[in-house]
Design a protein around this ligand. Structure first.
Ligand code: COA
Length: 139
């Protein structure tokens, strides 16, 4: 069994390792900075799954007042296909609904399309839209 709980300071190194193992860090994002910024929001939407006192999965949620977002979903490879990501998604969805968030979105990198099936199992649908971005702070 595993438990799901908000991230704590003591989890930071393990979560960075998890993201590196799962290949979801990118050169233009500094994982520690991303974690620090999100933890500063103190919204309890950045969760980890813990088994036998070890962090084995993460999910970072957010709500901007219009829609919810999900980032950094990752499960340690040896614990994949056991329903842990599904449980994290369900938990974050409940938390988003509880704060009045009406819809949720996430982005999948073009080279990671194999995970789309996972999200489709959870009733996510592809949205026809072009995503634009701009960096406001150079880390
Ligand atoms: C994507 C990921 C989070 C899924 O985690 P998980 O805990 O293994 O997912 P679940 O066990 O809850 O999967 C539920 C269902 O989703 C589908 N699914 C999960 N992973 C899948 C994959 N890699 N390919 C196809 N279908 C998948 C299956 O239908 C699965 O049910 P089944 O195991 O009974 O067949 C995990 O593979 C991962 O950490 N990947 C690397 C990081 C990543 O790419 N994150 C997403 C960034 S957008």
């Amino acid at each position: 069994m595993f438990i799901i709980r908000p991230i704590e300071n003591r989890d930071i190194d393990t979560v960075v390792e998890l993201w590196e193992i799962c290949n979801i860090t990118r050169p233009w994002n500094h994982p520690e900075t991303d974690i620090f910024r999100k933890m500063n929001q103190k919204d309890d939407l950045f969760l980890v799954a813990e088994k036998d006192s070890r962090v084995i999965a993460s999910i970072m949620g957010g709500y901007d007042g219009h829609r919810g977002w999900i980032h950094y979903l990752a499960v340690q490879p040896e614990y994949q296909r056991l329903g842990i990501a599904t449980a994290l998604m369900q938990n974050i969805e409940k938390r988003l609904i509880a704060i009045g968030c009406p819809k949720v979105q996430l982005m999948v990198r073009p080279e990671n399309t194999s995970v789309i099936q996972f999200y489709e199992e959870l009733d996510f649908e592809e949205i026809e839209s072009v995503c634009l971005g701009k960096r406001l702070i150079q880390d």
